[in-house]
Design a protein around this ligand. Structure first.
Ligand SMILES: [Zn+2]
Length: 378
């Protein structure tokens, strides 16, 4: 599969991949193949006798374990822990938002598996091996096939070289321990010299991919079912904090996506609802067009979550009962109409919402310009 050159805005690429992955896999794989690809029979016991679901990786791979996730990673332990914390934060935010809105997300049955690579080459190779897909233009994706999230460190997050030199024995011990988190003695002995600050792109893409994984493991979405882009990518795009303290979730405005939405409005590329509600494919070889589709997906999911939560819940619930496989555009449009009513009626409200985003964005830009002017006068 050919991809365009990396887009100037990485989040579009990062976020685009799972969409492609899902669409491609939904298209190319039969229902029979939509099963977890790597089947492993091993399980490990930690924290008493609680077993962890086998994850398909060799037992000696370092694992970082939290309440709801297992992160398999050779990256520096501090970097891995920072990602794990963010995965848990996304979990908490996901359940908080959808429980409050009465979507009844079901608790995940086992710890969800994520894998974090410290080198881009290894990440690309993993994607080729595990999912038969070229992910060289991305830095994270969720695979419906393996039900795993795969992530890679951003360039300047590879801090291992700045670590204090350790003895070979300690290194070897670390590698041999099945779970890095259980290596408390070894970890405690490490000098604390490394400060971890995740790049905004890593924060946004980690939460985005985790949101996909959570949607498919909480009953909000069903693996194997074909989804319009606005459902899968719209939902996940609601979970893209730019910093660890950012507010995020479907009830909040994603300012980065809003900027892209206004860009789409200015460029006249906003797709009419009638077509957009059944859109399943991203534009190819056009990063800006991809970012416009993602922005519109985010805006539509956010709009429906805020204004028609009951209908959105019913719509999503209905989709989870569908048989895996392709459905026609007209079928998907009818499913939307059955839940939300005539599209022409909704289009008027939607147009108002778009204009409200435009006004809010202009105010935001004006405020920022004022702040810059104030700063320059100081
Ligand atoms: Zn996505």
């Amino acid at each position: 599969m050919q991809h365009s050159a990396p887009a100037p805005r990485w989040i579009a690429c990062a976020a685009a991949c799972p969409g492609l992955s899902l669409c491609r896999l939904s298209t190319l794989l039969s229902a029979a193949l939509m099963v977890i690809g790597c089947v492993a029979t091993t399980s490990w016991a930690i924290e008493g006798n609680e077993p962890i679901e086998a994850d398909g990786f060799p037992a000696e791979y370092p694992r970082f374990v939290s309440e709801h996730f297992v992160l398999v990673s050779h990256a520096h332990a501090d970097l891995a822990r920072a990602r794990l914390e963010l995965l848990e934060k996304t979990y908490a935010r996901f359940y908080d938002a959808f429980e409050k809105a009465d979507f009844e997300p079901q608790p995940t049955r086992t710890r969800l598996i994520a894998v974090l690579f410290d080198k881009h080459d290894a990440y690309v190779q993993y994607a080729t091996d595990a999912d038969r897909i070229d992910m060289s233009w991305t830095n994270g994706y969720y695979s419906a096939r393996t039900n795993r999230v795969a992530l890679v460190l951003a360039g300047d997050e590879r801090i291992a070289t700045r670590e204090p030199v350790q003895t070979a024995a300690t290194d070897r011990e670390d590698q041999l321990l099945p779970f890095a988190e259980s290596a408390t003695a070894t970890q405690a002995a490490r000098p604390v010299e490394v400060s971890v600050s995740m790049r905004p792109i890593s924060i946004a893409s980690t939460a985005h991919e985790a949101a996909h994984q959570l949607a498919f493991n909480s009953g909000l979405q069903q693996r194997g079912v074909m989804y319009p882009l606005w459902v899968s990518e719209g939902l996940a795009s609601c979970f893209e904090p730019q910093s660890i303290d950012d507010l995020f979730g479907p009830e909040h405005v994603n300012k980065s996506r809003r900027r892209d939405l206004i860009d789409a409005m200015d460029a006249g590329t906003v797709i009419p609802l009638n077509d957009f509600v059944a859109l399943t494919r991203l534009p190819t070889n056009d990063a800006r067009a991809v970012s416009h589709v993602y922005a519109q997906g985010w805006a539509l999911f956010h709009f429906l979550f805020e204004n028609h939560p009951k209908e959105l819940k019913q719509y999503m619930k209905k989709l989870t009962t569908l048989r895996p496989g392709r459905r026609s555009v007209s079928t998907m449009r009818q499913e939307f109409i059955a839940a939300f009513g005539p599209i022409e009626k909704l289009q008027a409200k939607w147009d108002e919402a778009l204009l409200a985003h435009q006004r809010a964005e202009r105010e935001h830009v004006a405020q920022q310009a004022d702040m810059v002017a104030l700063e320059s006068r100081k």
